[in-house]
Ligand binder design. Structure first.
Ligand SMILES: C[S@@+](CC[C@H](N)C(=O)[O-])C[C@H]1O[C@@H](n2cnc3c(N)ncnc32)[C@H](O)[C@@H]1O
Length: 291
């Protein structure tokens, strides 16, 4: 059954969408309603105030109802509207890309502290680039920097490439399909900074949200060895691809700091932990020890 009827006034449809989302236990119902009207139909909040009495077209009603039907299956809104906001920009996303998370901005904040001069030329490698949200946000901040971005999935890289084009950053980033470092040459490819938000959830993790497990790409979520496999590979090989004072900045799960710290120690990095805005462990910074 359609929730929004033909000939609905814009302002009533807006309220109705809000109520439907709330009734379906969607906690961010106010925010999502605004996104649905703004991004799906092109009605900004001010436009809604000005034209609240105008009637929605039947095409708009159909699009709203389609969106709500999909949303009520648990499909994340970002996949329905095809984009998500991260740091300063929108990024195209689809079923091949993880939806960028606000928690991942913890890495951005820490990197901006580590490299305070925005005009710096930093050579950056992003491992597991997904939508490209981290590396493209960094290149947007550091206008003189260059990057390589790796992902194992060609479908994922296609989206990252589209995002680079729409942000006019395509000249400063090279996308490579690779299993972590496999396609890089450690003699040539040396970086100041390696950044990664790898898959780190254990397959049997009881805490993973049902909709995340159902809709987001498995290869973006899960890692073997209690979720540590990607860290073991990345940390054990990173030094070969880092310059002498190089750094490795990793997103980590809330229970993984001690294991990642132990790996850092084993491979001769000094390390420290950064917490996210909810005070959960979120980011590990590994620095090459000077020998
Ligand atoms: C957690 S997602 C992070 C995506 C994006 N960087 C972000 O923060 O939103 C992990 C990414 O790593 C990629 N990945 C998984 N295994 C990989 C591997 N063996 N080599 C390279 N990339 C891999 C996945 O395809 C996915 O895009």
């Amino acid at each position: 059954m359609d929730l929004i009827k033909d000939n609905s006034k814009l302002k009533y449809a807006y309220e109705q969408v809000k109520e439907c989302l709330l009734a379906n236990n969607i906690h961010e119902f106010v925010f999502e309603t605004r996104i649905i009207f703004e991004d799906l139909l092109g009605y900004s909040p001010s436009k809604i105030k000005l034209h609240g009495d105008s009637l929605l077209t039947s095409d708009e009603v159909e699009r709203l109802n389609n969106c709500l039907k999909q949303r009520f299956t648990g499909k994340p809104l970002a996949y329905i509207i095809g984009k998500a906001f991260f740091w300063n920009n929108f990024f195209k996303v689809n079923e091949h890309t993880l939806i960028p998370r606000q928690d991942t901005e913890t890495l951005m904040v820490e990197i901006l502290k580590l490299y305070p001069t925005k005009t710096q030329d930093i050579k950056i490698l992003d491992l597991g680039t997904g939508s490209g949200c981290i590396i493209l946000s960094l290149l947007d901040e550091y206008k003189n920097s260059q990057a390589m971005a790796i992902d194992i999935s060609a479908d994922t890289l296609a989206i990252a490439q589209e995002n680079a084009l729409s942000l006019n950053l395509e000249d400063r980033v090279k996308f490579i399909q690779s299993n972590w470092f496999d396609e890089l040459d450690s003699c040539v490819d040396k970086f100041d900074l390696i950044v990664s938000n790898p898959p780190y959830i254990d397959v049997s993790d009881p805490f993973i949200a049902q909709n995340v497990a159902k809709f987001e790409p498995k290869q973006a979520l899960y890692a073997k060895n209690n979720g540590l496999q990607a860290y073991e590979i990345i940390i054990s090989q990173a030094r070969n691809f880092l310059k002498a004072q190089g750094r490795l900045v990793l997103e980590i799960g809330w229970q993984q700091w001690e294991s990642v710290q132990a790996l850092a120690l084993r491979y001769d990095f000094s390390s420290y932990l950064v917490k996210d805005i909810s005070q959960n462990p979120r980011c590990a910074v590994l620095e090459c020890k000077t020998r």
